[in-house]
Design a protein around this ligand. Structure first.
Ligand SMILES: Cc1ncc(COP(=O)(O)O)c(C=O)c1O
Length: 375
């Protein structure tokens, strides 16, 4: 058990996210302005936004929003959805509710830091690494070997931050079967779903295929709307949802009403927004394929399976930290070096960096990176 350490990635972003000229490590898709989103709305929803009463809202989330979120699942209804202030609040509350001091959790490494530090602040945690030498594969036998009598949660995240790995379908099914056999909760961070280049095949959502599957979703990534701070958990277990709702009374209490209405509008325009963002991601990936082909002595490129981030290897002179620091100072291009993905649970590669390709200005940022390398 440990206290919560600084969130390294967020600390780095506090310094650089709004200071760097080119954010080439963003983990969200292209965002939009309020008027652009409202232009996609049905007239009644636009009117509802403009005449919204700014009182408290329901802790579970607005009924129409929960209904729209449930519509993104095959088998879940509005009552199986609890909204949060972003995905981050969902991670925190879920772990606090699911785990006690005597429990044990299993977490994939590397990871979005709170995936391991929140459980580590509660109980014992085992890390199971993705294999960087085998296309970031997850060995389900290794997960099985880590299970203890007290294991209560297995936590995964596919498409994965930072590698862009998508677990293969047969391994996913084996993982679900393993959890079911042991009665373990499968906490599945699905925030990068359904993003990827056009035609990406996504895994089923955990809440659709497993009675103890907990699906974490959000408006931040695929929809490009992180400023709304609307996330959710979908789960078939309503008693668990209610415990999480009680915990939420100690944190955000309820979501922002304007954000709920804007999220509803975005979900109703889901096909339009996702098609646009998938096209941007597809075009940017083509661009990155060409860029990395041009610099084989400097980088080793692993083309991600989904999402909008990747984790290439830095092969150039010096450390990747020194490279990233000089790059942002000299050329204003922000990358995220691997040290921010260091894990307390398992060794993680130290020669990588996260690159983001969800945004429309990716080409300009990559051009600035190319100019820097040529200099
Ligand atoms: C895997 C993963 N989960 C959760 C989050 C938190 O999302 P939000 O900013 O919407 O709270 C992030 C943000 O980068 C993430 O990458």
């Amino acid at each position: 058990m440990t206290t919560l350490p600084d969130f390294r990635l967020e600390t780095y972003f506090s310094r650089w996210e709004f200071a760097a000229r080119y954010h080439l490590t963003a983990s969200d898709a292209q965002s939009m302005r309020v008027d652009e989103l409202l232009a996609l709305a049905e007239p009644a929803d636009r009117e509802a936004f403009q005449s919204l009463h700014l009182g408290y809202t329901q802790t579970y989330g607005a009924p129409a929003l929960r209904e729209a979120i449930a519509g993104t699942y095959d088998t879940r209804g509005a009552d199986d959805v609890l909204c949060f202030a972003g995905a981050e609040e969902g991670i925190y509350i879920a772990m606090r509710v699911l785990l006690g001091a005597d429990d044990h959790a299993i977490v994939v490494t590397p990871n979005y830091q709170s995936a391991e530090t929140v459980p580590l602040s509660i109980c014992e945690v085992t890390g199971v690494p993705l294999d960087p030498d085998d296309r970031w594969s997850l060995d389900i036998e290794r997960v099985a070997a880590a299970i203890r009598p007290k294991t209560r949660v297995i936590s995964i995240n596919f498409p994965h931050n930072p590698t862009g790995k998508m677990l293969e379908r047969d391994r996913y099914d084996a993982l679900v079967a393993l959890c079911r056999r042991h009665g373990i909760w499968l906490f599945s961070d699905e925030v990068y779903r359904p993003l990827g280049p056009p035609g990406t095949e996504h895994l089923p959502q955990a809440a659709d295929v497993y009675e103890r599957g907990i699906s974490l979703g959000v408006m931040s990534k695929a929809y490009g709307l992180p400023g709304l701070r609307i996330g959710w958990i979908a789960c078939a277990d309503r008693a668990l949802l209610q415990k999480m709702e009680r915990y939420k009374h100690y944190l955000s209490i309820c979501n922002s009403g304007p954000s709920e209405q804007l999220a509803l509008i975005a979900l109703k325009a889901r096909d339009t927004i996702l098609e646009k963002n998938r096209r941007i991601v597809g075009d940017n990936l083509t661009l990155l394929d060409a860029f990395f082909a041009e610099w084989p002595e400097h980088f080793d490129w692993y083309r991600p399976d989904g999402g909008c981030v990747a984790f290439p290897r830095y092969l150039g002179a010096g450390t990747v930290e020194a490279f990233a620091a000089d790059l942002v100072e000299q050329a204003g291009v922000l990358l995220l070096p691997a040290e921010h993905y260091r894990s307390e649970l398992a060794p993680t590669p130290i020669d990588r960096f996260r690159i983001g390709f969800g945004r429309a200005d990716c080409a300009v940022a990559v051009a600035a990176l190319g100019d820097y390398l040529r200099r």
